[in-house]
Design a protein around this ligand. Structure first.
Ligand SMILES: NC(=O)C1=CN([C@@H]2O[C@H](COP(=O)(O)OP(=O)(O)OC[C@H]3O[C@@H](n4cnc5c(N)ncnc54)[C@H](OP(=O)(O)O)[C@@H]3O)[C@@H](O)[C@H]2O)C=CC1
Ligand SMILES: CC(=O)[C@](C)(O)C(=O)O
Length: 343
């Protein structure tokens, strides 16, 4: 793989293979057409960023969906998925993970040709064997460590969001150059992309989103809000304290790290936070994280999620309704309007 030796960089105590923009060329995408299947959180960001990077893009969607309208408004001429898959020679599967196997089998695989590249933004279906591509194509992944809209926002701001890159199958012998070129077209090499495997990305992403990013964080903020309200404080005060300001603290951590954030809060907050925090989020939390991690690594979570999807996602729908009903949602909606935040 034509990797730039300069890509080896020390991150903490380990040496990760990290590429930055100057290490990577768009050349491997020259003359190729990227078919973006799906126009949702990731799909829209990918299609717009890759087009803005001067690469030919065709968007593949189910006719009559809301994405078709949005993609048209964005200046694309969407095509039905089989047509887009036939037209593109780099095909990015950017529809929900659970929808991918059927759509791949029906509309993508029959249109794959020797030397094509199949691209994923998350390794779930390849890692758990739910999609088994033919041997004569490249199978690669660019996994942005960011929600889709932020992939676009960062690209437009001249920055980028970091991503993980992996090659599952290198039929052409040029898969690594292609995956890095794609990461560059997405703007991710501006932040940095780290070499990984489908296994590491899939497991770490599932564990991270369950125990930290989506599951853990939301539960912490919800319980922090509930505790303040149960103590009799105004819900609006609880919202500003436990939820709205959490974003501002996270911004400081994002920009300056834990220590840099601490330098920017009061000494009272430093002392209280550092002495009490570990008693609230104690070792039991870590034990619970380990249990959740074991379910992912064993494949138990994947099996459960596939079964849930096949049943029409009743549990997910019920849990989403519960979130909608939470008092913090009602209070937050009004306060976000007051703050002029878009709804
Ligand atoms: N969300 C994120 O930020 C991240 C997602 N990923 C990965 O990116 C991939 C895409 O995820 P994400 O962007 O969240 O997906 P979305 O849920 O946002 O995808 C919505 C898009 O998929 C289309 N779609 C949904 N179901 C079907 C179907 N059955 N047949 C055809 N089209 C369908 C929708 O079309 P329509 O309008 O017609 O309904 C819409 O265009 C996944 O592998 C995910 O794991 C990776 C990193 C972050
Ligand atoms: C945004 C992101 O990377 C997540 C949480 O893993 C996802 O949406 O899949």
């Amino acid at each position: 793989m034509g990797l730039n030796a300069g890509a080896l960089r020390r991150v903490g105590v380990t040496v990760a293979q990290i590429w930055k923009d100057s290490d990577v060329s768009l050349e491997p995408l020259k003359g190729r057409k990227v078919a973006i299947i799906g126009y949702g959180s990731q799909g829209r960001a990918w299609a717009l960023n890759i087009r803005d990077s001067g690469v030919d893009v065709v968007v593949g969607l189910r006719p009559g969906g809301k994405s078709w309208e949005l993609a048209t408004k964005d200046g694309f001429e969407p095509k039905p998925i089989p047509e887009a898959a036939k037209e593109g020679d780099v095909i990015a599967m950017l529809i929900p993970d659970m929808a991918q196997p059927e759509i791949y089998e029906k509309y993508v695989e029959p249109n794959l040709h020797e030397g094509n590249a199949l691209v994923f933004a998350h390794g779930f279906n390849i890692h758990y064997g739910l999609i088994k591509p033919p041997k004569n194509v490249d199978v690669i992944m660019v996994a942005p460590k960011s929600p889709g809209p932020k992939v676009r926002e960062a690209f437009l701001s001249g920055r980028g969001v970091p991503a993980l890159v992996a090659v599952h199958q290198d039929y052409t012998g040029k898969a690594w150059d292609l995956v890095l070129a794609l990461a560059k077209a997405l703007g991710c090499t501006r932040a940095g992309v780290i070499k990984t495997t489908f296994k590491e990305e899939t497991e770490s992403d599932l564990i991270g989103e369950q125990t930290v990013l989506v599951g853990g964080l939301m539960e912490l903020l919800k319980k922090g809000f509930e505790n303040l309200v149960e103590l009799g404080y105004q819900p609006e005060v609880a919202y500003f304290e436990a939820i709205n300001e959490a974003k501002l603290i996270m911004d400081l951590i994002w920009q300056y790290g834990f220590y840099g954030m601490l330098l920017r809060v009061s000494d009272t907050a430093k002392y209280g936070g550092l002495t009490v925090g570990p008693k609230v989020i104690d070792e039991h939390v870590k034990e619970n994280m380990k249990k959740a991690s074991e379910r992912v690594i064993s494949g138990e979570f994947a099996k459960e999620w596939v079964e849930e999807y096949k049943k029409g996602m009743p549990t997910l729908k019920e849990l989403m309704e519960k979130v909608k009903e939470h008092q913090a949602e009602k209070v937050g909606k009004e306060l976000r309007k007051l703050m002029g935040l878009e709804e």
